[in-house]
Design a protein around this ligand. Structure first.
Ligand code: GLU
Length: 425
């Protein structure tokens, strides 16, 4: 059961912005953050809500709502993905933007934090409709985005093609091909080698470092992964290649489980062909709730926010949680997991491999010189390992969890820049 420290205002556990703010409050207290700086960091720097009219294939016109929130530009241009989902809402985008600020600061890349979203159901839209939606949304954002202002990237339900349309639309407006306006582009159109694999590989590196830190075996651990997209699917594949046993993995329809370990290359091939994990031979079906509470060594939530909460945290059996998704664990669940001795490698560290390689992509675009894949992976690995150590050192220094340790590292770095830049008045 949750103790009194975990009681939150009703409804707040599912509000990601409240969750982000609770972690900021806790870390701010530990590092003795100046109250004025805290006030600045509690408030998004700039928010834009746009109406996006789209001519649908049947001739009708629909108007979608889109957002772009820039949480901070103290350390550099805003940076962060754009998601397309019926569940998008402003407080979610605000939280995701703040998490990008902290994430970029944890891995020490010179970006602030931003995020975008459009309320839509991309599975019910044609390619043409998605293209028109993306182009008009980009045009509506034209005054606030740019290689030195705010650099979008893919997120849930957006990908390389979305980024190519965004880059083209921006370039048509500026009358110059501007690849550095966006990251996560296709390789061959200014994308970086290794960007597609980067988040999943970074998650796998974080699992490796967590196990080493805890003195657990480097191979043969039983791993459960929630989500089988770019983060969960590839993360599971890299963990399988590192010699761990992925015993269960899920997609949006449910999970598959085999205690002897799943053949991950086969699972991903099945998923590509069938577009669902359902029916994968030799595995039993589980629902999402059963997946999260399976007996395992490592749990990788790599789907969406608000998955591990005060409702199921006491039931989690994993010894290590490595957060591939943004915000999968609530602040109330943090307390329960900490009391139970579960090691949580937080999202703003664990999934930062993606934005790290986005930074490399932006650098390569501005240099006009492209790096070999191995160079990308080696540089990303070094950053992830160094960041892991900074986070656990901060957790030890402040006698707190790795999550709050990561916030302490990030907030100190952002506050340093805010102090030096001062307030323009
Ligand atoms: N959407 C990804 C994230 O949440 C990537 C952001 C980026 O590369 O800018 O980290």
């Amino acid at each position: 059961m949750a103790d009194s420290a975990t009681v939150e205002p009703a409804g707040s556990e599912s509000n990601p912005f409240v969750q982000a703010q609770m972690r900021l409050d806790k870390a701010a207290e530990l590092i003795n953050l100046d109250p004025g700086i805290k006030r600045i960091l509690s408030t998004p720097y700039q928010e834009l809500t746009v109406s996006v009219p789209v001519k649908m294939d049947d001739g009708s016109v629909r108007v979608f709502t889109g957002y772009r929130v820039q949480h901070s530009v103290a350390r550099g241009p805003g940076k962060g993905g754009i998601r397309y989902s019926p569940e998008v809402h402003l407080d979610e985008v605000r939280a995701l933007a703040a998490w990008m600020t902290w994430k970029c600061a944890v891995v020490d890349v010179p970006f602030g934090g931003a995020k975008g979203g459009i309320i839509c159901d991309p599975r019910r839209m044609s390619q043409g409709e998605l293209e028109r939606l993306t182009r008009r949304y980009t045009a509506n954002l034209i005054d606030i985005i740019g290689p030195e202002r705010d650099v979008p990237a893919p997120d849930m339900n957006t990908g390389e093609q979305t980024m190519a349309w965004l880059m083209d639309t921006y370039s048509m407006h500026t009358r110059a091909t501007t690849t550095s306006i966006v990251t996560g582009k296709p390789v061959g159109l200014g994308g970086s080698k290794g960007r597609r694999e980067a988040t999943g590989l970074g998650v796998a590196f974080t699992v490796r470092e967590s196990l080493k830190h805890l003195g657990m075996p480097a191979t043969g651990c039983r791993v459960v992964v929630q989500g089988s997209g770019n983060v969960g699917g590839l993360g599971a594949l890299f963990l399988h290649e590192m010699g761990h046993k992925v015993i269960a993995i899920s997609d949006m329809y449910g999970a598959i489980h085999n205690d002897a370990g799943l053949d991950m290359p086969e699972v991903l091939r099945w998923l590509r062909e069938e577009r669902t994990l359902e029916g994968f031979p030799g595995a039993e079906r589980l629902d999402n709730a059963q997946l999260l509470t399976l007996d395992c060594d490592v749990l990788v939530p790599a789907a969406t926010e608000d998955q591990i909460t005060s409702r199921n945290a006491a039931e989690i059996k994993a010894k290590v949680i490595v957060e591939g998704a943004n915000g999968p664990t609530s602040a109330a669940a943090d307390v329960i997991l900490e009391q139970r001795g579960v090691f949580v490698a937080p999202d703003i560290l664990a999934n930062a491999g993606g934005v790290t390689v986005s930074y490399f992509e932006w650098v390569q675009n501005r240099m006009g010189y492209f790096w070999e894949e191995q160079v990308v992976f080696d540089r990303m690995e070094r950053i992830m390992v160094d960041s892991f150590h900074s986070v656990v050192e901060a957790a030890e220094k402040y006698q707190t969890s790795p999550r709050i340790g990561a916030y302490c590292v990030a907030i100190e770095r952002v506050a340093y820049c805010l102090n030096l830049r001062g307030i323009y008045a």
